[in-house]
Design a protein around this ligand. Structure first.
Ligand SMILES: [Zn+2]
Ligand SMILES: [Zn+2]
Length: 394
């Protein structure tokens, strides 16, 4: 029997890593609270305050309506009607030295998430375990090793992976021999699986574009084979009868170490690290050095005019192709935004190498001046970018 894949639907914005972090901080502060209180919803006002997001509609309790967001993202569950927060929630809200970024978060999440999953009403203990994210990544990586396609479309996930009942536990080679099936998704399945994939596309080595999930690594990155092994190989834990026990077991990290994969081609030890003396957050650099992002961005915006100094680099240096670099204008630890159509390019600008270097220096000076290690939100990050832009002398 084929295992169906389930997820939440219509709430991608809440699965944005920045928003998950804000949700995690809020839930941590409310740990232990009774969910179903008479006449009052203990979550709504607090969640809206922490995240700036609506938790509509107001006629339903937040937990009832957003339970799948909290549970699928491994942040929290309820035990005897009390809010229980997980090790994942604690990890995300740690202070600077211990807190984890999106790559680390998903590196812990992907090998643990499996079906049957307790957030769905049909939960039952089973020995038929399916690790959907490991299966998709194994498919992508095994094809990458063969020098074949670097992407998988939603339809291919159905006809190759789900149709063949892949579990994520098979060896890599298995994924290169899969035969096409005629599996067809029913009802909300298509939408849910698409949103699952867009959720993990926040990993710096993945992008979702035009209905396909792309693996965004170079052959050099793949030298860190160990890091990828930890990402794609399921972590087996004995299935539990009781849903609360199963959830706690799946999300338990105790002292577990994160094994983030290294992106050799994007992390250079001499990188400008924005804030000295603090643990470096390299999310910004990892995003901007993505070869695929560059390709997608310039395909959509082929002009060669720098967003800061408005120099048309192609006109000035007619023998060059495109000197511009991509710069991400959200907070340094932010991922590219995800929308229903996938990885968003709306917060990316093209800058000439001089302006790009100079805006990083502007950021560094600003962060040092205010003794912070990142911009507090998207608005502030965009404002500081505009300030830098307005400060150049043309
Ligand atoms: Zn410029
Ligand atoms: Zn930049």
């Amino acid at each position: 029997m084929i295992t169906k894949w389930h997820w939440d639907q219509g709430r991608l914005n809440y699965f944005q890593f920045e928003n998950l972090k804000a949700i995690a901080h809020c839930l941590k502060d409310l740990e232990g609270i009774v969910i179903n209180q008479k006449g009052v919803d203990p979550l709504r006002a607090e969640l809206e305050r922490y995240t700036g997001l609506p938790f509509a509609p107001n006629t339903y309790r937040v937990w009832r309506n957003y339970k799948r967001v909290f549970e699928c993202s491994f942040l929290a569950t309820t035990i005897n009607d009390r809010l229980y927060i997980t090790d994942f929630c604690k990890r995300v809200t740690e202070n600077e030295t211990k807190k984890i970024d999106v790559d680390e978060f998903l590196s812990l999440f992907i090998p643990r998430f499996r079906f049957p999953f307790v957030a769905f009403t049909d939960y039952h203990k089973s020995t038929n375990l399916v690790y959907p994210f490991c299966a998709v990544l194994k498919y992508l990586i095994s094809n990458f090793q063969l020098g074949k396609q670097l992407s998988i479309s939603l339809e291919e996930v159905f006809v190759f992976i789900i149709g063949n009942n892949c579990t994520g536990l098979e060896p890599l080679e298995h994924y290169t021999t899969l035969k096409k099936t005629n599996y067809e998704p029913e009802g909300d399945e298509k939408r849910q699986v698409r949103e699952m994939l867009i959720f993990i596309s926040q990993l710096s080595i993945l992008k979702w574009y035009h209905g396909s999930l792309f693996l965004d690594i170079s052959a050099k990155d793949f030298e860190d084979y160990n890091g990828f092994q930890h990402l794609i190989n399921p972590i087996f834990k004995e299935p539990k009868e009781i849903r609360e026990e199963e959830y706690l077991s799946m999300t338990s990290l105790s002292k577990e170490i994160v094994y983030p994969f290294k992106l050799q081609s994007r992390e250079i030890p001499t990188d400008d690290i924005f804030v000295e003396g603090k643990r470096t957050r390299v999310t910004h650099i990892k995003i901007e050095r993505s070869p695929l992002l560059r390709k997608l961005f310039f395909k959509e915006y082929p002009e060669t005019i720098c967003d800061m100094c408005v120099c048309d680099t192609k006109k000035r240096y007619p023998w060059t192709d495109n000197l511009l670099e991509v710069h991400h204008v959200l907070p340094l630890s932010s991922t590219l935004l995800i929308t229903g159509s996938g990885t968003s390019l709306s917060d990316v600008v093209g800058l000439c190498p001089n302006c790009h270097k100079s805006v990083h220096t502007y950021y560094k000076n600003w962060l040092n001046k205010y003794k912070v290690d990142d911009f507090k939100n998207r608005t502030e990050a965009k404002e500081i970018y505009q300030l830098a832009k307005g400060s150049i002398i043309l």
